[in-house]
Design a protein around this ligand. Structure first.
Ligand code: FE2
Ligand code: FE2
Ligand code: FE2
Length: 421
């Protein structure tokens, strides 16, 4: 793959992230897309300029990234608890550092502020963008759609309930717009349509949003936070894996651009972990068979989420085959030595190296001798690549230092993310 000159479409990456976040709970499938779509329709009716419509869709697609726990997401779907502000602020903190998402982050920060007869025009002295109120309204409409029933029969009930909160929870002008566009069947049919991602893409709003490789790395770093910050046990894992894999790639003679791709793959290798409930993710004791099966799904989901991004063909393979083994006993594809490329071998070793050397809240990481023993025994039983392990052993201190620094940095980010608002 040549990504050097090829730019990566940001919409593809964002929908990948949206789909990953919606894995947290099957009840949420397409929720982010529905909110993005309905917000767009309200924004169009309001006559907002193209630039704002784009930010509105992005905010809709990502509005709940700060709510990464299964139960928290479910609660937000069912009602709007007073604690809802917290995930809105967290979501904004995750995204605000990336220039393309700065405006979306501002919108997300206030997406649960009630209108409260006009008092919701500001929150703690800060102006609340009208676009936040649009997301709020679209979100509260989308959560009312019962996926198991035909949608058109639900419309009048949904609109009635929204109408009853006009001026208290929602901006009156926006409720009027919703009532107006809500008469159009196609809006509701689009919202429950399987092809909603394509429908949004067809708006052509994202045609010109291509990211360079450097920008893609920045966005992948945000993905890593979304994956890792769900739990203090994993809070800096992907950062360690990414930097370790990048260094191993460099030492193995990969080109500059390939090393950058490896870094991206490292940040994304556990993307499918968003499908694993927190209690399983955080279990330190032995997993039962059902829990283990849930864990075994994650690299499969990583593959399926990344694979639709056409510029990520290589990255998807490197990222998703980190639990494959040379003896064919790994998962989910049971690739054997003949089919596991060097990039995937590097990722597997980077993952194991990071997992055993990193400190976790419940245990200390291993030192040199123990780590080498673990890696060598895995070479012996033909799980991992002897060549890559030899690179680790020859450069242990260098690689370990890079891992430590990356994880320390990620921990600082995590503490900031978790800070009270
Ligand atoms: Fe929310
Ligand atoms: Fe993994
Ligand atoms: Fe991992």
């Amino acid at each position: 793959m040549n990504v050097k000159n090829k730019l990566i479409n940001m919409y593809d990456l964002i929908t990948c992230l949206t789909n990953a976040c919606d894995l947290i709970n099957p009840q949420l499938v397409n929720h982010h897309l529905q909110v993005g779509y309905l917000a767009l329709k309200i924004g169009e009716e309001l006559g907002l300029p193209k630039k704002q419509l784009k930010d509105l869709i992005l905010a809709g697609l990502l509005h709940d990234v700060g709510a990464l726990e299964y139960n928290e997401r479910l609660e937000l779907i069912e009602n709007e608890p007073p604690t809802a502000q917290s995930h809105a602020f967290k979501g904004a903190r995750l995204l605000e550092g990336f220039s393309y998402l700065k405006n979306a982050a501002e919108i997300i920060r206030f997406h649960h502020v009630p209108w409260n007869k006009g008092q919701g025009a500001a929150y703690s002295g800060q102006e609340v963008p009208l676009l936040s109120h649009i997301i709020h309204l679209a979100d509260r409409v989308a959560v009312q759609i019962d996926r198991n029933r035909e949608v058109l029969g639900q419309v009048s009930g949904i609109l009635k309930r929204i109408q009853s909160q006009k001026n208290t929870n929602f901006v009156p002008e926006l409720v009027d717009i919703l009532n107006k566009i809500g008469r159009h069947e196609y809006i509701w049919l689009d919202m429950v349509n399987h092809y909603l991602p394509n429908i949004l893409m067809d708006t052509m709003l994202f045609d010109t949003m291509d990211l360079s490789i450097e920008e893609t790395i920045e966005l992948a770093k945000i993905f890593a936070k979304i994956i890792d910050f769900r739990s203090p046990y994993t809070a800096n894992h992907s950062a360690g894996v990414a930097k370790t894999a990048e260094k191993l790639a460099e030492l193995a003679g990969f080109s500059d651009i390939e090393c950058k791709m490896m870094l991206i793959a490292g940040y994304l290798h556990d993307l499918g972990k968003l499908a694993i409930p927190n209690d399983v993710l955080e279990k330190t004791g032995k997993l039962d068979i059902n829990e283990f099966n849930l864990i075994r799904c994650h690299s499969y989901y990583t593959y399926r989420l990344l694979q639709p991004i056409k510029e990520f063909e290589q990255i998807a393979i490197w990222a998703a085959s980190h639990h494959e083994k040379l003896n064919g006993e790994g998962y989910p594809f049971h690739l054997g030595a003949d089919c596991i490329p060097l990039g995937s071998r590097i990722m597997a070793v980077a993952d194991i190296f990071t997992a055993v050397t990193e400190d976790r809240p419940y245990r200390k990481g291993m030192g040199y001798e123990e780590t080498v023993r673990v890696l060598n025994s895995m070479v012996e039983n033909k799980s991992i690549c002897p060549y890559v392990v030899s690179i680790v052993i020859d450069n242990f201190d260098l690689i370990n230092q890079i891992r430590i620094e990356a994880q320390q940095k990620a921990s600082i980010d995590y503490n900031r993310y978790m800070a009270d608002d």
